[in-house]
Design a protein around this ligand. Structure first.
Ligand code: SIN
Length: 311
């Protein structure tokens, strides 16, 4: 007998959405990752025909996100996605590394069902908290037959895991998909879809990831005026497996840094060129000596290279 999907599972990981301050007027002096996910969903009206279930996977400030938490989260997502009565998943998360977690989940799950990350710029205790509306929107997206794969829902917009970036440190509308644009808007609980949800094969299986201690070390270096090869030399000496360079413009690299990266590449270190520009992507050219990062931002290129280099 066919089972009708009827549950949305909300996985809590912390962040400002779960933040607590001493006063309802304080939007800055709060501690992230304090309020449990059960309490966060209290104020969220259920979508017709769906029940909400919750699980606290972590409780942290996402600046401290780590590989162990990513593995645990990916495994819990895989578990819930495999349940026939689960229509989709919402992950409450800090905004600071949300784009990295979204890309990681996209890369190890490549789910058909929606996995929707959301958070807030103001703590749960704020008199003008944005978390409840973001969470309600995320639940609406997770319940929608129009949604699929991993996305970030924030301030009424739905962003793809591939394109989304945090672009503001304070404004409520803190995320952007750059020149790719959002996938959809959420308006009164309904999706207005603008473009197709990106799909793709998983780079790795969430249930077969190596122990976090064995993940290959991949670091990011920045090309800038007056750059040198010193950081690259130190990383190579320290046994780094891969380096992503956040290059200028269309992937150009300061000549001193470039020489060090080419030498590192010659010694077996995998190097990828991303751009430090917020919009656009590195356009590869014939004869490029350092491979480009396929349009990924530096932090996402780092994750992709780590997954590629895993044993
Ligand atoms: C965090 O990323 O956990 C804190 C900041 C935020 O959620 O906005």
């Amino acid at each position: 007998m066919q089972v009708t999907p009827q549950r949305i599972v909300v996985l809590g990981t912390g962040g400002t959405i779960a933040g607590r301050a001493a006063s309802a007027r304080d939007n800055l002096g709060y501690k992230a990752g304090e309020v449990g996910v059960d309490a966060l969903v209290q104020g969220v009206a259920a979508v017709d025909g769906f029940e909400l279930a919750t699980e606290q996977v972590a409780q942290l400030d996402s600046k401290d996100m780590d590989f162990g938490t990513w593995c645990a989260l990916a495994r819990r997502c895989a578990h819930w996605l495999a349940q026939a009565d689960v229509a989709g998943i919402v992950v409450t998360h800090g905004t600071d590394t949300m784009e990295e977690t979204a890309f990681f989940l996209h890369a190890v799950l490549a789910p058909v069902k929606p996995v929707v990350l959301t958070g807030a710029m103001r703590p749960a205790t704020s008199a003008a908290a944005d978390g409840p509306q973001n969470l309600a929107d995320a639940v609406a997206v997770a319940a929608s037959p129009l949604a699929q794969g991993v996305s970030v829902v924030f301030a009424g917009a739905v962003h793809s895991a591939i394109d989304v970036q945090k672009v503001h440190g304070y404004r409520l509308d803190a995320f952007s998909s750059g020149d790719a644009g959002p996938l959809a808007y959420v308006e009164e609980g309904k999706l207005r879809v603008l473009r197709a949800w990106p799909r793709g094969p998983a780079l790795r299986n969430a249930n077969a990831l190596p122990d976090p201690a064995d993940w290959p070390r991949v670091e990011i270096v920045l090309s800038h005026a007056g750059a040198s090869g010193a950081v690259v030399h130190a990383l190579v000496k320290d046994g780094v497996a891969g380096i992503v360079v956040a290059a200028t413009g269309n992937g150009t690299v300061h000549h001193a840094l470039e020489a060090a990266l080419l030498a590192a590449q010659g010694q077996g270190v995998q190097v990828r060129r991303s751009s430090r520009c917020l919009l656009g992507r590195v356009l590869p050219q014939a004869g490029d000596r350092l491979p480009d990062a396929d349009g990924l931002s530096p932090v996402k290129a780092r994750i992709a290279l780590q997954l590629e280099l895993m044993p």
